[in-house]
Design a binder for this molecule. Structure first.
Ligand SMILES: NC(=O)c1ccc[n+]([C@@H]2O[C@H](COP(=O)([O-])OP(=O)(O)OC[C@H]3O[C@@H](n4cnc5c(N)ncnc54)[C@H](OP(=O)(O)O)[C@@H]3O)[C@@H](O)[C@H]2O)c1
Length: 256
């Protein structure tokens, strides 16, 4: 669909690139010529993913918990030592669990906010100060979620993702002077490994409630990231693009 060498000589970091959506984002960037680093907590998962991804191009991994400052700084150091620069950051790592708002514990709330909002921020600020601001170029893509009508059934992640949505706009303005573009992608229900975190009965028949009557694919999310990171999107910043088959506009959300 795109020119084969679209991302030739580009260095990309995809957090959570060892599974699901992040894996396919990484695979697509590799197929279009980029060198890709993936980062997450489970080394075995990362090793296996790099083995599979290497078929498509040069890639490497760094073990990292995005909530830990030292881990995040170590990712920047590894990339600097190995490649000397970073062109694109995809903040894809994250997770949550379904719960009614009144049942979310103090720890559960903090864990989700820490992962999806704070972790994304640590990664964003660290990579920008280490690479994008001094380079005076960069591209950040934040994977959030469908928060268009709030997030009934997962208040914690709704609040965290809304924070990232707002951060996307602020940074787009503040960092335009450094030629850093900052955008977000808001996936609706995407058939991926992430589904295993939810009880099957919660997702059963959900595709019928989406106007397009199907779940999205990880590849479709990856293609949107390719477009947003490409020169074709050079004048797009501070935008959140929904990829949800129309689900934000119409249809029931999760049963609560
Ligand atoms: N699938 C959907 O329908 C959907 C819809 C909206 C939004 N999303 C979001 O899209 C992203 C990818 O989802 P997915 O469906 O591909 O699910 P997934 O397979 O569970 O992917 C989540 C990834 O994030 C990594 N991760 C989680 N916490 C981390 C941490 N503290 N530090 C570093 N890495 C961490 C995980 O790796 P480790 O376990 O190795 O750390 C994993 O690779 C997530 O943020 C998810 O919430 C998904």
């Amino acid at each position: 669909m795109f020119k084969e060498d679209l991302f030739k000589d580009k260095i990309i970091l995809v957090t959570g690139g060892g599974s699901g959506i992040g894996f396919d984002i990484s695979k697509l960037f590799l197929q279009y010529g980029a060198y890709v680093f993936i980062a997450s907590r489970k080394e075995e998962r990362l090793q296996k993913a790099v083995e599979q991804l290497s078929e498509f191009g040069g890639c490497d991994y760094v073990v990292c918990d995005i909530r830990e400052k030292e881990n995040v700084e170590n990712v920047a150091k590894s990339i600097k030592d190995k490649k000397g620069k970073l062109d694109i950051l995809v903040n894809n790592a994250g997770g949550q669990f379904p719960s009614l708002a009144e049942s979310i514990s103090f720890n559960g709330w903090n864990a989700v906010i820490n992962n999806n909002l704070n972790g994304t921020w640590y990664m964003t600020q660290t990579m920008s100060k280490s690479f994008f601001i001094p380079q005076k170029s960069g591209c950040i893509i934040n994977i959030i979620a469908n928060i268009f009508r709030g997030f009934p059934g997962m208040a914690h992640t709704g609040a965290a993702r809304a924070g990232v949505d707002n951060l996307t706009k602020t940074l787009a303005v503040e960092w335009a002077k450094y030629h850093i573009r900052v955008n977000a992608v808001a996936p609706g229900l995407i058939f991926s490994s992430g589904f295993k975190n939810y009880p099957p009965e919660l997702l059963e028949g959900m595709h019928k409630k989406i106007p397009m009557k199907r779940f999205g694919t990880t590849e479709e999310v990856g293609n949107l990231c390719l477009y947003l990171a490409s020169p074709m999107a050079d004048f797009i910043t501070g935008e959140t693009v929904y990829i949800d088959g129309g689900h934000r506009l119409w249809g029931d959300l999760f049963e609560i």
